[in-house]
Design a protein around this ligand. Sequence first.
Ligand code: IPM
Ligand code: MG
Length: 359
Amino acid sequence: MNMNIAVIPGDGIGPEVTNEAVKVLDAVADRFGHNFYYRNVLAGGCAIDAYGTALPKETLNVCKNSDAVLLGAVGGEKWDTLPGDRRPETALLGLRKELGLYANLRPAMLFSALAESCPLRPELVAGGLDILVVRELTGGIYFGKKATEKKDGVRFAYDVEEYSETEIARIARTAFEMARLRNKQVTSVDKANVLESSRLWRAVVTDISADYPDIKLNHLYVDNTAMQLVRAPKQFDVILTSNIFGDILSDEASQIAGSIGMLPSASLNAGDFGMYEPVHGSAPDIAGLNKANPMAAILSASMMLRYTFKLTKEADAIEEAVKDVLNEGYRTADLASGTDNERILGTAEAGSIIAEYIK
Ligand code: IPM
Ligand code: MG
């Protein structure tokens, strides 16, 4: 199989972790006889520095003409004082919107080797955790009307949370379809006791569920969900939620899964196209120090093989290699628990060992 992949290393630790993901993809290509062609393009702070814009047209075009996008991370202190509409993060939001990537899959798995890294009591996570957050990614408060204005000499600002039933229905279908491949349970998360947009969310999700009689559906308020995630995380299979709630809950889920350095994501359009990126950010404090955990980026590459290229064996091979390496006691600094049999690796070494295990 020949595949064209747009690579957006981005800022901070983005370039380091995407390097390792590419290393691992190359190992997959070798072992299984595929050809991956990469095109590196700029987005985020580095693009602001080079072109004066976070998302250059050229970058968007290369992405549109590729089969999938692999992204590192964007943002950093250097660009934090720019006005909101010129910040590096606008690249991410622009890519999501322009590429129609409304379905964001964020699996939070606790690998058994990392049980020690989970801050919850062992009996709460016995047997491991496997939660899939399905986050709506191109609507809601992220893309609603927003402004800072002056009213009677006083500044005020607003961001509108809004959803159409079409937007809700399609992400609900994604969640139900995903649940079919897993434990057949969807928890839809909203704030329907307060928000009008959440009441529509709940009504539409309930309607769509009629097409999925094999899937068990329940509804939870977002505040309760935040609590349940640390109280009894094993009750969850697929969590279906809006853009902003999904942003928050996926960070929470990442911690109970050991480290945010382990969490991959896929952002999919209505077809097979997707952008794949670690859930973590650009971590400027450790950028360039060969300290970052590349596993979220590597597992994102595995999701790319699974969802865009339908290469299940190859995707499984990456996941197995990550598990094997963890089982051998290899850890990056974020995963260190201080026990004796741990072997601490830098970013590049972690990527190389995972690539070795694949070969
Ligand atoms: C994420 C990030 C982004 C988001 C930021 C960087 C714009 O936190 O992907 O979760 O809020 O969606
Ligand atoms: Mg986030």
